[in-house]
Design a protein around this ligand. Structure first.
Ligand code: 13P
Length: 252
């Protein structure tokens, strides 16, 4: 049985003071989610991780939005997995389309990070998704399969089982144009079949999230799809009232 997961990706938003305000406001809603068997989390920027971790309900996952695969050294501007662990962080989002576009993050680079995270008992949330051009050409599945095969290359089934996948069509991110439940369901079902080909039966228990203009008003529809195990939410995760609306929408 796959537990539903709501993860808020705060992207480059909130100062530590603003992040603390959210963390303090989130206590009861996190309890409410957990009582309904829903896992919840937020992914603040690096500079807010400690503040959020120290002030939020301990049942809330606090995730980073990136990491470096090297243990330490001359990597200016980077943050290691060991540093995140020392801050009590055990989840990391990888391969978000914005990082792929603006920071040149490739599926190969994600693969190295995923392996390093798993070696440190951390949970990678690996993002995949196609551009509007690829979608319009009808090549979504080919594109996403390649991202999955490369990003998860060399993992054992036991390792793959620990990875959370997020399918985020780029044309649906921050545009207000969400993918229909049918499109999301079709691609996520395909991703699960791809995972099954690669890793066998563990794919049945792997969680695959949908992301892209998820709101309190449409989250319930996605959750009604058999293969969709939760949501990776940007804009609608920033405000505690809206975040609470997302949780309520996820409660069956
Ligand atoms: P929006 O929910 O703002 O469309 O962002 C989705 C996303 O990119 C989450 O990682």
């Amino acid at each position: 049985m796959r537990k539903k997961l709501l993860l808020g990706n705060w992207k480059m938003n909130k100062t530590p003071a603003e992040a603390k305000e959210f963390a303090l406001a989130a206590g009861e809603m996190v309890d409410f989610a957990v009582a309904h068997d829903i896992e919840v989390g937020v992914a603040p920027t690096f500079v807010c991780l400690t503040t959020v971790k120290e002030n939020i309900n301990p049942k809330c996952i606090v995730a980073a939005q990136n990491c470096n695969e090297h243990a330490s050294g001359a990597y200016t501007g980077e943050v290691s997995i060991g540093m995140l662990k020392a801050c009590g962080i055990s989840w990391v989002i990888l391969g978000h389309s914005e990082r792929r576009e603006y920071n040149g993050e490739t599926s190969e680079a994600c693969n190295a990070k995923i392996k390093a995270l798993l070696a440190n008992d951390m949970v990678p949330v690996y993002c995949c998704g196609e551009s509007l051009e690829t979608f319009d050409k009808g090549e979504t599945k080919k594109w996403v399969a390649e991202q999955i095969r490369t990003g998860l290359a060399g993992l054992t089934p036991e390792e793959a089982a620990k990875v959370v996948i997020a399918y985020e069509p780029i044309w649906a991110i921050g545009t207000g144009r969400s993918a229909s439940k049918e499109i999301a369901e079709d691609t996520i079902g395909f991703i699960r079949r791809t995972l099954r080909e690669l890793f066998g039966n563990v794919a049945v228990d792997m969680r695959i999230l949908y992301g892209g203009s998820v709101k309190p008003t449409n989250v319930r529809e996605y959750m009604s799809a058999e293969d969709i195990d939760g949501a990776l939410v940007g804009g609608a995760s920033l405000d505690p009232v809206s975040y609470k609306g997302l949780i309520e929408g996820m409660v069956a």
